[in-house]
Unconditional design. Structure first.
Length: 147
């Protein structure tokens, strides 16, 4: 059992006994989402992106770095008692069952979900599984299997 993370498109493919916590703004757990100011700054830099500028090839990574996303998000969480209390509860509950933190970003980009996992590990000694969730493919017989 562990505290894990994935993105919204995979939510329906998680095991049925899994608890999910949506960590996007407006989904009931705003204390675990980035502030509107941080999101606005991130989106501003995404719009300012020019391929090759400062060596960046991807607008998302450019905005992540230029907005100082990781540092600012950690500071927001660490200075928010409600967020830290929620993470402490999730860390404790994840000792008995898998809990997935979910937002929009795919696994190929840095995301605040991973930052939340790191904070939970660092401050609450949570059992963390950083591996990307990969749904198990069920066996689908084909015409060739019956031969």
């Amino acid at each position: 059992m562990a505290l894990r993370q994935t993105y919204l498109a995979l939510k329906a493919k998680l095991p049925k006994d899994t608890e999910t916590v949506l960590v996007m703004r407006g989904r009931g757990n705003d204390e675990l989402a980035p502030s509107k100011k941080l999101l606005n700054d991130f989106n501003f830099f995404k719009k300012q992106f020019v391929k090759g500028l400062d060596g960046y090839q991807d607008p998302y990574l450019y905005a992540w770095d230029k907005s100082q996303y990781e540092e600012r998000f950690r500071k927001e969480m660490l200075n928010n008692p409600t967020a830290m209390n929620r993470l402490a509860v999730l860390a404790e509950e994840s000792r008995n069952r898998n809990i997935f933190l979910i937002c929009y970003e795919g696994e190929d980009k840095p995301c605040h979900r991973t930052l939340l996992l790191r904070i939970a590990k660092e401050y609450f000694n949570a059992d963390i599984d950083f591996a990307p969730y990969s749904p198990k493919k069920s066996f689908q017989p084909t015409l060739f299997d019956s031969e």
